[in-house]
Design a protein around this ligand. Structure first.
Ligand SMILES: [Zn+2]
Length: 490
């Protein structure tokens, strides 16, 4: 059964239409018409949907190609009022190897960042796990603009202002596109690897811009820098991300690298450090996971990112700690920190001084499983309490009926009337005994069930952040939240 509801459809399409800066007006119209033939599949089973309309979620699948690579457009400034001219490949732009495998993979990452930003924005609108693919062979992602000027360096306008580009095909207005600037007088312009890597670094800034949707970008202080620079945390985050991004496509020998004699606060301001850590996370896990975390929380520093990454993927915590140690001369995080993390008794370490951090288990499946298991344990324990109190009442009842029987036996044993009472009392005692035995067995079963549930609960806690509920059901509620609100800072 396939349901299509208007509100969902309209929210998707209006979102796309509002995101004209991503796709361009023409593209938005094209996607809009494509949506008319979009297949909407309920994520849950139809019968579940019938039972509970709240579970009626839709997955929108935008069919066809997302394989075309982003366009690289070289432009040249015409005046100071935002007019540019598209230039065809010339002697300088030919020096930027846009067709090399490495650059193509950097450009593919730029597309990926736009796709993930779009998918996460759908998730934020209440559409779970959308798989977004764009229709038509036309290019749907923003082109990459490379402005050639007479400078002697390369940089990136993280969020280019309104510009007009004049080309053979006419004039095009571009909103908020990141523009990579390349100076004709850049040193080493004859070195293809250098040019490609520099361009990939600048694409890295464009990727970041896309992941932040051009908003709430870290306060970049700008200026010259090297991988060994110790600048502000936001500067380190911006440049470290771009360095990582270039290194992930070019396999630069500078990375990954370790740092000696640096304290943890310096690490948070070191672009080379976070670049190395990101490169390892990319290799060990995936680029997508890095991008997803960035889209969701828009980190302002390396610490912001790492806190959320560990909170999101608690099973990776020990690997992330190993990576962090590797690039901090085995100094951070230290054993005390790791032990406290594993025990779930970590104090707040607010090294970047912004007073906030990710609480463990946020957006993670593991704590919600824990919570469910804790609820099961709680339920079992409540049943045990009920059964125990029933057994206690049965026991008292047995005592009473037994003394009743003794009383009749001793005082009225000759009367036939008493005999029938004795028989009835004995029958009641037998039944009560029978009930007592079966409920006692049930209690043993519940105890075993509780034990198993507690074991399962403990097995879930492989990151050690939660403790098992107490056997006493009175305080089992609190024990699941031992780590709520605790903060990881590095
Ligand atoms: Zn940069």
């Amino acid at each position: 059964m396939i349901h299509i509801t208007y509100p969902y459809l309209s929210s998707i399409t209006s979102h796309i239409l509002q995101n004209e800066s991503y796709f361009g007006i023409k593209d938005a119209r094209l996607i809009f018409s494509s949506i008319m033939i979009v297949i909407l599949i309920p994520i849950t089973q139809p019968d579940t949907i019938m039972k509970n309309s709240k579970l009626f979620y839709l997955v929108a699948i935008f069919i066809l190609s997302f394989s075309s690579s982003a366009e690289v457009v070289f432009i040249e400034r015409l005046d100071n009022s935002g007019n540019y001219r598209q230039i065809q490949n010339n002697s300088f732009s030919d020096k930027i190897p846009t067709q090399s495998t490495e650059m193509k993979s950097a450009i593919a990452g730029y597309e990926l960042s736009q796709k993930i930003a779009f998918e996460r924005s759908l998730v934020a609108k209440g559409i779970p796990t959308p798989s977004v693919k764009f229709l038509s062979s036309q290019k749907k992602t923003k082109p990459l603009y490379i402005e050639v000027d007479n400078g002697d360096w390369a940089y990136n306008l993280m969020n280019g202002k309104n510009i007009q580009i004049i080309s053979d095909k006419g004039t095009k207005r571009v909103q908020g596109a990141p523009i990579i600037k390349f100076g004709r007088n850049i040193p080493n312009s004859g070195h293809k690897h250098f040019m490609g890597e520099t361009c990939s670094h600048e694409i890295g800034h464009a990727v970041m811009n896309a992941l932040y949707s051009g908003k709430n970008l870290p306060k970049n202080q700008g200026g010259e820098h090297t991988i060994d620079s110790i600048k502000s945390p936001s500067f380190a985050w911006i440049e470290g991300f771009a360095e990582y991004y270039a290194a992930s496509t070019y396999g630069d020998k500078k990375f990954p690298r370790g740092y000696k004699d640096r304290n943890s606060a310096e690490l948070n301001s070191s672009e080379g450090y976070i670049a190395s850590v990101l490169l390892e996370l990319d290799k060990n896990f995936s680029k997508e996971d890095i991008f997803n975390v960035i889209v969701d929380i828009k980190p302002q520093s390396p610490a912001d990112f790492l806190e959320e990454y560990i909170a999101r993927y608690p099973k990776r915590a020990s690997t992330v700690f190993e990576i962090m140690k590797k690039y901090s001369n085995e100094e951070w995080p230290d054993e005390t920190f790791i032990t406290k993390y594993n025990q779930g008794s970590l104090p707040t370490l607010d090294l970047d001084g912004n007073g906030t951090g990710a609480s463990f288990g946020k957006d993670s499946e593991i704590p919600s499983q824990s919570k469910k298991l804790a609820q099961k344990i709680d339920k079992t324990q409540k049943q045990m309490t009920e059964v125990s109190s029933y057994l206690a009442r049965l026991s008292k009842f047995l005592d009473r009926i037994y003394s009743f029987k003794q009383n009749i036996y001793q005082n009225y044993s000759n009367s036939s009337f008493a005999k029938s009472y004795l028989n009835r009392a004995q029958a009641m005692i037998d039944r009560a005994n029978h009930q007592f035995n079966s409920y006692q067995k049930y209690l043993v079963q519940l105890r075993q069930q509780e034990k198993q549930q507690i074991n399962d609960f403990n097995d879930l806690q492989d990151f050690g952040s939660l403790s098992a509920p107490s056997y006493n059901s009175n305080d089992s509620n609190d024990s699941t939240n031992n780590n709520a609100g605790q903060v990881l800072r590095y």
